[in-house]
Design a protein around this ligand. Structure first.
Ligand SMILES: *Cc1c(COP(=O)(O)O)cnc(C)c1O
Length: 371
Protein backbone atom coordinates (compact mmCIF):
# COMPACT_ATOMS: atom_id res chain seq x y z
CA UNK A 1 0.00 0.00 0.00
CA UNK A 2 1.14 3.49 -0.85
CA UNK A 3 1.87 5.67 2.18
CA UNK A 4 1.53 9.45 1.96
CA UNK A 5 3.89 11.05 4.48
CA UNK A 6 2.69 14.04 6.49
CA UNK A 7 5.57 16.12 5.14
CA UNK A 8 8.16 15.96 2.39
CA UNK A 9 10.26 19.00 1.42
CA UNK A 10 11.07 20.17 -2.11
CA UNK A 11 14.78 20.59 -2.90
CA UNK A 12 14.73 21.14 -6.63
CA UNK A 13 16.27 24.60 -7.07
CA UNK A 14 19.89 25.70 -6.58
CA UNK A 15 20.43 23.70 -3.39
CA UNK A 16 22.85 21.22 -4.98
CA UNK A 17 24.74 23.94 -6.87
CA UNK A 18 25.27 26.10 -3.77
CA UNK A 19 26.24 23.09 -1.66
CA UNK A 20 28.84 22.16 -4.29
CA UNK A 21 30.19 25.70 -3.98
CA UNK A 22 30.71 25.12 -0.26
CA UNK A 23 32.57 21.90 -0.92
CA UNK A 24 34.64 23.31 -3.77
CA UNK A 25 35.70 26.39 -1.83
CA UNK A 26 36.11 24.64 1.52
CA UNK A 27 33.72 27.10 3.20
CA UNK A 28 31.57 24.85 5.34
CA UNK A 29 31.60 26.53 8.78
CA UNK A 30 29.49 29.45 9.98
CA UNK A 31 32.17 31.82 8.67
CA UNK A 32 31.21 31.05 5.04
CA UNK A 33 29.55 33.63 2.79
CA UNK A 34 26.10 31.98 2.43
CA UNK A 35 25.34 32.69 6.10
CA UNK A 36 25.62 36.47 5.68
CA UNK A 37 23.80 36.25 2.36
CA UNK A 38 20.88 34.36 3.88
CA UNK A 39 20.73 36.77 6.84
CA UNK A 40 20.60 39.75 4.52
CA UNK A 41 18.02 38.42 2.05
CA UNK A 42 15.83 36.95 4.76
CA UNK A 43 15.81 40.14 6.84
CA UNK A 44 14.96 42.13 3.72
CA UNK A 45 12.11 39.81 2.95
CA UNK A 46 10.70 40.50 6.44
CA UNK A 47 11.26 44.24 6.11
CA UNK A 48 13.82 44.08 8.94
CA UNK A 49 17.24 45.66 9.31
CA UNK A 50 19.06 42.67 10.83
CA UNK A 51 18.96 38.91 10.43
CA UNK A 52 20.85 36.56 12.77
CA UNK A 53 21.01 32.98 11.53
CA UNK A 54 21.06 30.24 14.18
CA UNK A 55 21.08 26.45 14.28
CA UNK A 56 17.31 25.92 14.77
CA UNK A 57 14.05 27.66 15.62
CA UNK A 58 14.30 26.77 19.29
CA UNK A 59 17.71 28.46 19.44
CA UNK A 60 16.19 31.46 17.66
CA UNK A 61 13.62 31.91 20.43
CA UNK A 62 16.21 31.35 23.19
CA UNK A 63 18.44 33.93 21.52
CA UNK A 64 15.59 36.45 21.24
CA UNK A 65 14.46 36.05 24.85
CA UNK A 66 18.05 36.42 26.07
CA UNK A 67 18.64 39.51 23.92
CA UNK A 68 15.59 41.22 25.45
CA UNK A 69 17.06 40.68 28.90
CA UNK A 70 14.16 38.60 30.20
CA UNK A 71 15.19 37.05 33.52
CA UNK A 72 14.10 35.46 36.79
CA UNK A 73 10.95 37.05 38.18
CA UNK A 74 9.70 38.21 34.78
CA UNK A 75 6.58 36.93 33.09
CA UNK A 76 5.94 36.40 29.37
CA UNK A 77 2.43 35.97 27.99
CA UNK A 78 1.95 33.39 25.23
CA UNK A 79 -0.72 31.10 23.82
CA UNK A 80 -1.19 27.75 25.56
CA UNK A 81 -1.82 26.21 22.15
CA UNK A 82 1.72 26.29 20.79
CA UNK A 83 4.95 24.33 20.56
CA UNK A 84 6.87 23.47 23.75
CA UNK A 85 9.78 25.66 22.59
CA UNK A 86 7.94 28.90 23.44
CA UNK A 87 7.56 28.04 27.12
CA UNK A 88 11.03 26.52 27.26
CA UNK A 89 12.73 29.64 25.88
CA UNK A 90 11.32 31.67 28.75
CA UNK A 91 11.93 29.06 31.45
CA UNK A 92 15.60 28.76 30.41
CA UNK A 93 16.23 32.16 31.96
CA UNK A 94 14.15 31.60 35.08
CA UNK A 95 11.20 33.64 33.82
CA UNK A 96 7.62 32.39 33.90
CA UNK A 97 5.43 31.60 30.89
CA UNK A 98 1.82 32.71 31.35
CA UNK A 99 -0.71 30.99 29.13
CA UNK A 100 -3.71 32.40 27.30
CA UNK A 101 -6.43 30.39 25.54
CA UNK A 102 -6.89 30.64 21.79
CA UNK A 103 -9.56 31.95 19.48
CA UNK A 104 -11.90 29.11 18.40
CA UNK A 105 -11.95 30.35 14.78
CA UNK A 106 -8.30 31.17 14.02
CA UNK A 107 -6.70 28.94 16.75
CA UNK A 108 -4.34 31.83 17.53
CA UNK A 109 -3.92 33.57 20.90
CA UNK A 110 -7.28 35.09 21.91
CA UNK A 111 -6.34 38.75 22.23
CA UNK A 112 -9.49 39.44 24.29
CA UNK A 113 -8.03 37.28 27.06
CA UNK A 114 -4.54 38.81 27.21
CA UNK A 115 -5.23 41.81 29.45
CA UNK A 116 -6.49 39.74 32.39
CA UNK A 117 -3.14 37.90 32.48
CA UNK A 118 -0.98 41.02 32.70
CA UNK A 119 0.68 41.64 36.09
CA UNK A 120 3.38 44.00 37.36
CA UNK A 121 5.90 41.27 36.39
CA UNK A 122 4.84 40.97 32.75
CA UNK A 123 7.66 41.98 30.41
CA UNK A 124 6.62 40.70 27.01
CA UNK A 125 3.95 39.07 24.86
CA UNK A 126 4.94 36.20 22.58
CA UNK A 127 2.32 35.82 19.84
CA UNK A 128 2.78 32.63 17.79
CA UNK A 129 1.27 32.39 14.32
CA UNK A 130 -0.54 29.07 14.32
CA UNK A 131 -0.73 26.80 11.25
CA UNK A 132 -2.09 29.08 8.52
CA UNK A 133 -3.38 32.34 9.95
CA UNK A 134 -1.35 34.91 11.92
CA UNK A 135 -2.20 36.21 15.37
CA UNK A 136 -4.15 39.47 15.41
CA UNK A 137 -1.06 41.67 15.56
CA UNK A 138 -2.86 45.03 15.66
CA UNK A 139 -4.52 43.96 18.92
CA UNK A 140 -1.27 42.51 20.29
CA UNK A 141 0.59 45.74 19.48
CA UNK A 142 -2.15 47.87 21.07
CA UNK A 143 -2.05 45.86 24.30
CA UNK A 144 1.76 45.89 24.35
CA UNK A 145 1.87 49.64 23.85
CA UNK A 146 -0.77 50.35 26.51
CA UNK A 147 1.15 48.29 29.05
CA UNK A 148 4.75 49.00 28.09
CA UNK A 149 5.42 45.40 27.02
CA UNK A 150 7.84 44.04 24.44
CA UNK A 151 6.78 41.68 21.64
CA UNK A 152 8.56 38.49 20.56
CA UNK A 153 6.85 37.33 17.39
CA UNK A 154 7.23 33.59 16.71
CA UNK A 155 6.65 33.43 12.96
CA UNK A 156 8.19 29.97 12.43
CA UNK A 157 5.07 28.55 10.81
CA UNK A 158 4.32 31.41 8.48
CA UNK A 159 7.38 32.34 6.44
CA UNK A 160 6.15 34.48 3.55
CA UNK A 161 2.82 35.29 5.24
CA UNK A 162 1.43 38.82 5.58
CA UNK A 163 -0.74 40.47 8.19
CA UNK A 164 -2.81 43.25 6.58
CA UNK A 165 -0.20 43.54 3.85
CA UNK A 166 2.76 43.70 6.25
CA UNK A 167 5.21 40.77 6.42
CA UNK A 168 4.96 38.40 9.35
CA UNK A 169 8.33 38.71 11.06
CA UNK A 170 8.21 42.52 11.00
CA UNK A 171 6.31 43.01 14.26
CA UNK A 172 7.59 43.97 17.68
CA UNK A 173 11.14 44.12 19.03
CA UNK A 174 12.15 40.79 17.60
CA UNK A 175 10.75 37.96 15.46
CA UNK A 176 11.92 34.38 15.12
CA UNK A 177 11.75 31.63 12.51
CA UNK A 178 12.56 27.95 12.07
CA UNK A 179 13.86 26.27 8.90
CA UNK A 180 13.00 22.72 9.93
CA UNK A 181 12.05 20.62 6.84
CA UNK A 182 8.33 21.02 7.43
CA UNK A 183 8.51 24.83 7.40
CA UNK A 184 7.92 26.96 4.28
CA UNK A 185 11.66 27.00 3.59
CA UNK A 186 14.21 24.63 5.08
CA UNK A 187 17.92 24.33 5.84
CA UNK A 188 17.57 20.83 7.34
CA UNK A 189 17.89 22.33 10.79
CA UNK A 190 18.10 26.07 11.17
CA UNK A 191 16.49 29.26 12.36
CA UNK A 192 16.62 33.03 12.20
CA UNK A 193 16.11 36.01 14.47
CA UNK A 194 15.19 39.31 12.80
CA UNK A 195 15.04 42.78 14.36
CA UNK A 196 15.33 46.47 13.50
CA UNK A 197 17.17 47.30 16.72
CA UNK A 198 20.99 47.50 16.45
CA UNK A 199 21.60 46.71 20.13
CA UNK A 200 19.28 43.69 20.13
CA UNK A 201 20.95 42.42 16.94
CA UNK A 202 24.37 42.79 18.52
CA UNK A 203 23.24 40.83 21.59
CA UNK A 204 21.81 38.07 19.40
CA UNK A 205 25.09 37.78 17.48
CA UNK A 206 27.00 37.64 20.73
CA UNK A 207 24.92 34.97 22.51
CA UNK A 208 24.85 32.83 19.36
CA UNK A 209 28.63 32.74 19.47
CA UNK A 210 29.51 32.03 23.12
CA UNK A 211 29.57 35.78 23.92
CA UNK A 212 33.12 36.07 22.56
CA UNK A 213 34.20 39.68 22.87
CA UNK A 214 35.29 41.09 19.52
CA UNK A 215 38.07 43.14 21.10
CA UNK A 216 39.29 40.49 23.55
CA UNK A 217 38.98 36.99 22.12
CA UNK A 218 38.64 34.22 24.75
CA UNK A 219 37.67 36.69 27.49
CA UNK A 220 34.02 36.33 28.49
CA UNK A 221 31.74 38.58 30.54
CA UNK A 222 28.61 36.52 29.89
CA UNK A 223 27.43 32.95 29.27
CA UNK A 224 26.51 32.32 25.67
CA UNK A 225 25.70 29.34 23.46
CA UNK A 226 27.05 27.88 20.28
CA UNK A 227 23.94 28.41 18.16
CA UNK A 228 25.81 29.04 14.90
CA UNK A 229 24.42 27.99 11.50
CA UNK A 230 26.86 26.34 9.06
CA UNK A 231 27.55 27.59 5.55
CA UNK A 232 26.17 24.26 4.27
CA UNK A 233 22.81 24.94 5.90
CA UNK A 234 22.78 28.54 4.71
CA UNK A 235 23.59 27.43 1.13
CA UNK A 236 20.41 25.35 1.15
CA UNK A 237 18.56 28.26 2.76
CA UNK A 238 19.60 30.75 0.06
CA UNK A 239 18.36 28.34 -2.64
CA UNK A 240 15.12 27.75 -0.75
CA UNK A 241 14.47 31.45 -0.24
CA UNK A 242 14.66 31.93 -4.02
CA UNK A 243 11.64 29.60 -4.19
CA UNK A 244 9.61 31.05 -1.33
CA UNK A 245 7.01 32.77 -3.51
CA UNK A 246 6.44 29.53 -5.43
CA UNK A 247 6.21 27.58 -2.17
CA UNK A 248 3.59 29.94 -0.77
CA UNK A 249 1.53 29.55 -3.94
CA UNK A 250 1.87 25.76 -3.71
CA UNK A 251 0.77 25.71 -0.06
CA UNK A 252 -2.27 27.79 -0.85
CA UNK A 253 -3.01 25.44 -3.75
CA UNK A 254 -2.89 22.48 -1.35
CA UNK A 255 -5.26 24.33 0.98
CA UNK A 256 -7.63 25.16 -1.85
CA UNK A 257 -7.80 21.55 -3.07
CA UNK A 258 -8.39 20.14 0.43
CA UNK A 259 -11.16 22.69 1.00
CA UNK A 260 -12.77 21.65 -2.27
CA UNK A 261 -12.56 17.91 -1.59
CA UNK A 262 -13.81 18.28 1.99
CA UNK A 263 -16.68 20.60 1.17
CA UNK A 264 -19.95 19.67 2.86
CA UNK A 265 -18.27 17.36 5.36
CA UNK A 266 -20.18 18.54 8.41
CA UNK A 267 -18.36 16.48 11.05
CA UNK A 268 -15.27 18.68 10.95
CA UNK A 269 -14.30 22.33 11.27
CA UNK A 270 -11.37 23.94 9.46
CA UNK A 271 -9.29 27.04 9.95
CA UNK A 272 -10.90 29.72 7.73
CA UNK A 273 -9.53 30.26 4.20
CA UNK A 274 -9.08 33.88 5.19
CA UNK A 275 -9.90 36.30 7.99
CA UNK A 276 -10.16 40.10 8.16
CA UNK A 277 -6.36 40.54 8.14
CA UNK A 278 -4.85 37.58 6.26
CA UNK A 279 -5.22 34.85 3.69
CA UNK A 280 -4.49 31.36 5.05
CA UNK A 281 -0.96 30.22 4.09
CA UNK A 282 -1.63 26.55 5.02
CA UNK A 283 1.64 25.70 6.73
CA UNK A 284 -0.31 22.56 7.60
CA UNK A 285 -3.89 21.61 6.76
CA UNK A 286 -5.58 21.14 10.13
CA UNK A 287 -8.80 19.24 10.83
CA UNK A 288 -10.86 19.62 14.00
CA UNK A 289 -13.42 16.88 14.57
CA UNK A 290 -16.74 18.04 15.94
CA UNK A 291 -18.09 16.31 19.04
CA UNK A 292 -20.96 14.93 16.93
CA UNK A 293 -18.44 13.01 14.79
CA UNK A 294 -18.24 10.50 17.62
CA UNK A 295 -14.46 10.08 17.34
CA UNK A 296 -11.44 11.98 18.59
CA UNK A 297 -8.20 12.87 16.82
CA UNK A 298 -6.25 9.87 18.13
CA UNK A 299 -8.80 7.39 16.72
CA UNK A 300 -9.10 9.22 13.39
CA UNK A 301 -5.31 9.35 13.00
CA UNK A 302 -5.01 5.64 13.68
CA UNK A 303 -7.67 4.86 11.07
CA UNK A 304 -5.97 7.09 8.51
CA UNK A 305 -2.58 5.49 9.19
CA UNK A 306 -4.19 2.08 8.50
CA UNK A 307 -5.26 3.51 5.14
CA UNK A 308 -1.81 4.86 4.23
CA UNK A 309 -2.30 8.49 5.22
CA UNK A 310 0.28 10.16 7.46
CA UNK A 311 -1.00 12.68 10.01
CA UNK A 312 0.24 14.59 13.07
CA UNK A 313 -1.65 15.52 16.20
CA UNK A 314 -2.22 19.17 17.08
CA UNK A 315 -0.15 20.77 19.84
CA UNK A 316 -0.70 19.61 23.40
CA UNK A 317 -1.58 22.67 25.54
CA UNK A 318 1.26 24.17 27.55
CA UNK A 319 -0.89 24.56 30.68
CA UNK A 320 -1.37 20.76 30.74
CA UNK A 321 2.27 19.74 30.22
CA UNK A 322 3.16 17.13 32.86
CA UNK A 323 6.68 18.53 33.26
CA UNK A 324 5.27 21.91 34.30
CA UNK A 325 2.52 20.57 36.54
CA UNK A 326 4.67 18.12 38.49
CA UNK A 327 6.92 20.79 39.96
CA UNK A 328 4.41 23.63 40.15
CA UNK A 329 5.96 25.64 37.28
CA UNK A 330 2.40 26.31 36.21
CA UNK A 331 -0.84 26.13 38.19
CA UNK A 332 -3.74 23.99 37.00
CA UNK A 333 -6.24 26.00 35.05
CA UNK A 334 -8.85 25.45 32.41
CA UNK A 335 -8.33 26.83 28.90
CA UNK A 336 -11.13 25.02 27.09
CA UNK A 337 -10.44 25.93 23.46
CA UNK A 338 -6.80 24.80 23.61
CA UNK A 339 -7.88 21.59 25.35
CA UNK A 340 -10.57 20.88 22.76
CA UNK A 341 -8.18 21.53 19.83
CA UNK A 342 -5.58 19.17 21.20
CA UNK A 343 -8.13 16.40 21.70
CA UNK A 344 -10.00 16.81 18.43
CA UNK A 345 -7.39 18.26 16.08
CA UNK A 346 -4.77 16.78 13.75
CA UNK A 347 -3.37 17.62 10.36
CA UNK A 348 -3.34 15.88 7.00
CA UNK A 349 -0.32 15.52 4.66
CA UNK A 350 0.66 19.12 3.88
CA UNK A 351 4.24 19.04 2.57
CA UNK A 352 5.44 20.91 -0.51
CA UNK A 353 6.14 17.70 -2.44
CA UNK A 354 2.49 16.59 -2.22
CA UNK A 355 0.81 15.83 -5.57
CA UNK A 356 -2.80 16.72 -6.40
CA UNK A 357 -3.58 12.98 -6.45
CA UNK A 358 -2.17 12.60 -2.92
CA UNK A 359 -4.38 15.44 -1.72
CA UNK A 360 -7.46 13.90 -3.34
CA UNK A 361 -6.63 10.50 -1.85
CA UNK A 362 -6.03 11.90 1.65
CA UNK A 363 -9.30 13.81 1.55
CA UNK A 364 -11.19 10.75 0.27
CA UNK A 365 -9.79 8.57 3.06
CA UNK A 366 -10.81 11.16 5.64
CA UNK A 367 -14.36 11.15 4.27
CA UNK A 368 -14.35 7.34 4.39
CA UNK A 369 -13.47 7.13 8.06
CA UNK A 370 -16.10 9.72 8.97
CA UNK A 371 -18.99 7.93 7.22
C1 LIG B 1 8.92 24.64 14.41
C2 LIG B 1 8.62 25.67 15.42
C3 LIG B 1 9.59 26.12 16.34
C4 LIG B 1 10.88 25.40 16.61
O1 LIG B 1 11.70 25.23 15.59
P1 LIG B 1 12.86 24.09 15.60
O2 LIG B 1 13.66 24.49 14.41
O3 LIG B 1 12.18 22.78 15.42
O4 LIG B 1 13.61 24.20 16.85
C5 LIG B 1 9.27 27.18 17.14
N1 LIG B 1 8.06 27.76 17.11
C6 LIG B 1 7.09 27.33 16.29
C7 LIG B 1 5.78 28.00 16.31
C8 LIG B 1 7.32 26.25 15.43
O5 LIG B 1 6.34 25.79 14.64
Amino acid sequence: MKFIPVNEPLLQGNEKKYLMECIDTGWISSEGPFVAQLEKSFAERCGRKHGIAVCNGTAALETAVWALGIKQGDEVIMPSFTIFTCALAVLRYGAKPVFVDCDPETWNIDTKLIREKITSKTKAIMPVHIYGLPSDMNEVMKIAEENGLMIIEDAAEQIGQEYSGRPCGSFGEVSTFSFYPNKHITTGEGGMVVTDDDAIAEKCRSVRNLCFKPEKRFVHDELGYNFRMTNLQAAVGVAQLEKLDEFVIKKRHIGRLYNEYLKGLDKITLQPVSCSYAENIYWVFGIVLKKESGINAATAMKKLADRGIGTRPFFYPMHKQPVFLKDGTVMEESLPVSEMLSEMGFYLPSGLALSDEDIELSARKLREILL
